[in-house]
Design a protein around this ligand. Structure first.
Ligand SMILES: Cc1cc2nc3c(=O)[nH]c(=O)nc-3n(C[C@H](O)[C@H](O)[C@H](O)COP(=O)(O)OP(=O)(O)OC[C@H]3O[C@@H](n4cnc5c(N)ncnc54)[C@H](O)[C@@H]3O)c2cc1C
Length: 392
């Protein structure tokens, strides 16, 4: 049986890794190299304390797998992640993440209430917080190593990768998806997996399917050397403010969590430059909420596309309206965090199996979606605005 996977980012390589050996797997990638879009633009934080319960289920499973790779990396050759710990804090809305904390604790994840957050995370010195938690086991992961490790594992089992092969549309025959039309001609398959990140919604539309997936641009900056940065420090996120700091090199990787709806380019190349407005937003937030960092100097930075469904839950599994089409898309801001679990559950469902840690229905690509939904342009919870399909 032949399966074509569209896209060689974290989603596509994860499905290939888990499916290869049971299928003849071919990955088609429009770019020159795998993992060069959103999968190369992230901050690499592995966060189990997320807002959505199904995202958390995927994250919890992925971390179990990442921990196992520490001692037995297999095709990854070296472990793609390491434990650094994390601090999640709230400046205004102390009820936010309550459920998430309970869920994580039930799963045995250490979540400690912090009285003096700055004692664990020096960037929080002088920050007025209502609540903070320390998760000593949280990790950072290298998305590049994840993509290449999963690809290596898939290739070891016979999967192939064709780069510079843009898929133009899905091929439909008798109400079934029977392959894809590429720039080089048709590629027939028994099943197609849509793992095309920010481009997935448009490809689905080529088959007449309406699957709202909204690419949103976010800014990350890297600072020059800073005296407070050290590799052993936890990454730190003030969630309701929308501000995070991850020690990176001798400086910090920072984001003010800006969100701007932005359709992807026609071909590869979704990475963008840092614009003045989000940069000013970030510096303003730092001044007010991480004053210790107010003397940082931005060295470099970039923007990338995080692609969400309206309910911010991934689209995983069989498309209920188009037999033969499967999904691994809508990974938003949690594609590194959920990477290994995404492919594991999609491959299991393709093989008519179940996994004990997530159900298919809540992440079904055909689930009802809101017609208007909130996005967070300035990264704060309170500054959310409603958008719809027509919002540019
Ligand atoms: C600024 C930023 C910060 C982030 N920080 C984090 C973080 O700290 N932690 C975390 O867990 N996640 C984070 N993420 C999210 C994470 O990076 C994404 O969820 C993840 O990379 C999505 O992977 P993907 O495979 O779905 O998409 P992509 O990596 O974009 O891969 C899709 C692939 O499909 C290919 N493709 C598209 N259309 C076609 C076509 N028509 N034909 C052939 N190929 C095609 C593309 O070229 C691309 O290679 C962040 C993202 C951004 C942008």
């Amino acid at each position: 049986m032949k399966t074509v996977i569209v896209g060689a980012g974290l989603a596509g390589t994860s499905v290939a890794f888990h499916l290869a050996g049971r299928r003849q797997v071919q990955i088609l990638e429009q770019g020159d190299t795998p993992g060069a879009e959103a999968s190369a633009q992230n901050a690499g934080m592995v966060r189990r304390l997320g807002e959505d319960p199904w995202e958390r289920a995927l994250a919890i499973r992925t971390v179990e797998r990442l921990v196992a790779l520490d001692s037995n990396p297999g095709p990854f050759q070296i472990s793609p992640s390491r434990g650094v710990g994390a601090v999640l804090a709230l400046a205004h809305d102390e009820g936010h993440l309550n459920d998430a904390v309970a869920h994580c604790r039930i799963h045995g994840i250490q979540v400690e209430d912090l009285k003096d957050a700055a004692s664990v995370s020096p960037v929080l010195a002088g920050s007025a917080l209502r609540r903070a938690w320390y998760l000593p086991q949280e990790r950072v992961a290298d998305a590049h190593q994840l993509v290449w490790g999963m690809l290596r594992g898939a290739r070891d089992k016979g999967a192939t990768l064709s780069t510079q092969t843009p898929v133009l549309s899905l091929l439909i025959k008798g109400g079934r998806c029977v392959g894809v039309q590429t720039l080089n001609g048709p590629e027939y398959a028994d099943e197609v997996v849509l793992a095309a990140g920010a481009w997935s919604g448009n490809l689905a539309a080529s088959a007449g399917l309406h699957r709202p997936l909204i690419p949103m641009r976010r800014t990350l900056v890297q600072t020059t050397t800073h005296p407070q940065s050290a590799p052993h420090l936890p990454w730190t996120w003030i969630d309701d403010v929308g501000l995070y700091a991850r020690p990176e090199g001798e400086g910090w990787m920072l984001s003010g969590c800006d969100e701007t709806i932005d359709p992807p380019p026609l071909g590869p190349g979704s990475r963008g430059p840092v614009e003045n407005e989000p940069r000013a937003l970030l510096l303003h937030k730092i001044e007010h909420h991480m004053p210790v960092l107010s003397n940082v100097r931005v060295h470099t930075g970039w923007t990338g596309l995080r692609t969400f469904a309206p309910d911010r839950r991934p689209l995983l599994g069989a498309d209920p309206e188009l037999p033969g089409l499967w999904w691994a898309a809508g990974l938003g801001g949690f594609g590194v965090t959920c990477s290994l679990a995404i492919g594991e559950c999609v491959a299991a469902w393709m093989n008519d199996q179940t996994v004990p840690w997530i159900k298919a229905r809540p992440v079904s690509p055909g689930r009802p979606q809101l017609r208007r939904w909130p996005i967070r342009p300035d990264g704060t919870l309170s500054g959310a605005v409603l958008v719809d399909d027509e919002t540019p």
